[in-house]
Design a protein around this ligand. Structure first.
Ligand code: OGA
Ligand code: NI
Length: 352
């Protein structure tokens, strides 16, 4: 399948062709249509919470517990937050973005070897989300690698494996600390989620999103409205914006501070906490000026783990609202359809 990188290049090289092919014209779905986008001025007053990682790991108990409270509130009220002072070196962030750009600059023939495999192929390259079933294509190419418990990544370009491995390890450390804070915010001991979700052997996937510049950004879509499947996702992006989240029927553009990460709760956090910490719908729009690259690392339990609402987090007055499901089966469900809001969660939600 032709990559959107190539499609974009042919739009640019043929200057008369400042149009995108019609199969990339995005058909708005329900959550796009019902919602308004805030202009930047309005959106300035609405910002996602900021969590200071250095406070979360602080040896000062008062400072730590205050930040854990913020974290709990961010998860309850938003399902999204910006993470600052996270300790991941800026050089590593730059290197991994450069390595990912380098991967997309490789000849198409090289990338082709990773195309079209099973949805659980440890390295998978492609365009759109699931081009087999989509009516229209997304303005996005992707590379997905399984990076934990076993690390897989292409061996080209030179240094790609080493850099992404170092980055994914750092990302696990950050997520590990966040899960400790979240456990405490749920009234449990700090290793609670680590234990019940067996995080040490947990499944981690790296998704590199490549959104080339688009001559008709209003007509195309990078990633349509969706929630993420895992417990937590850590997102790094190059200097370009495009992520929006849905809140009170409004699309809110996210403006990450320099050197920050965006973190969001996924569907399995919602299932595990019996709906206390809900996943949030978001999407990625595209732009006219330059290529946007984002790297998401999705963190969850082992693929064979069966996840339902945690025993400690349900009770007579809070009965289970989700059926237990194997993590792998949930992922298969999401990967085999079009991306569509929180529709997968509908399969496990127990209607009362
Ligand atoms: C994702 C995602 C947002 C972005 O990969 O799940 O939501 O801005 N990415 O690329
Ligand atoms: Ni997402």
């Amino acid at each position: 399948m032709l990559s959107v990188k190539k499609v974009a290049e042919s739009c640019v090289s043929n200057s008369k062709l400042e149009r995108i092919p019609s199969k990339y014209m995005y058909l708005k779905n329900k959550s796009d249509e019902d919602s308004v986008i805030l202009c930047d001025e309005e959106a300035q007053n609405i910002t996602i919470p900021t969590i200071d990682f250095s406070h979360l790991i602080s040896s000062n108990p008062t400072q730590r517990s205050k930040e854990i409270q913020h974290l709990g509130r961010a998860c309850t009220d938003w399902g999204f937050f910006m993470l600052i002072n996270h300790g991941v070196p800026e050089t590593l962030r730059e290197e991994v973005l450069r390595a990912c750009k380098g991967f997309y600059d490789l000849p198409e023939e090289y990338k082709k070897q990773y195309e079209g495999g099973d949805i659980f192929a440890p390295i998978k390259c492609g365009t759109s989300f699931n081009a087999n079933v989509e009516k229209t294509f997304l303005w996005r190419d992707y590379l997905k690698c399984h990076v934990h418990p076993h690390f897989h990544a292409p061996s080209n370009p030179q240094g790609f494996r080493e850099t992404t491995e170092a980055y994914c390890k750092k990302s696990r450390e950050v997520i590990g600390e966040l899960l400790k804070g979240i456990s405490i915010s749920l009234g449990q001991e700090e290793n609670y989620i680590h234990k019940v979700m067996n995080i040490e052997s947990g499944f981690q996937m790296m998704v590199v999103n490549f959104y080339p510049r688009c001559p008709m950004p209003d007509q195309a879509m990078g990633l349509p409205p969706h929630s993420d499947h895992g417990l937590l996702t850590l997102l790094l992006q190059n200097e370009l914006e495009g992520l929006q989240l849905l809140r009170n029927d409004m699309w809110i553009p996210i403006h990450p501070l320099p050197n920050s990460f965006i973190v969001n709760t996924g569907d399995h956090m919602e299932i595990l906490t019996n709906g206390k910490y809900k996943s949030n719908i978001h999407r990625a729009i595209v732009n006219k000026n330059a290529t946007r690259i984002t790297i998401g690392t999705a963190h969850g339990p082992p693929l064979d783990a069966v996840v339902g609402p945690a025993t400690e987090l349900i009770g007579d007055d809070n009965p289970p609202a989700y059926r237990a499901i194997k993590y792998k089966d949930y992922m298969r469900l999401q990967q085999s359809k079009e991306l569509d809001g929180k529709s997968c969660l509908g399969h496990v939600r127990i209607s009362i």
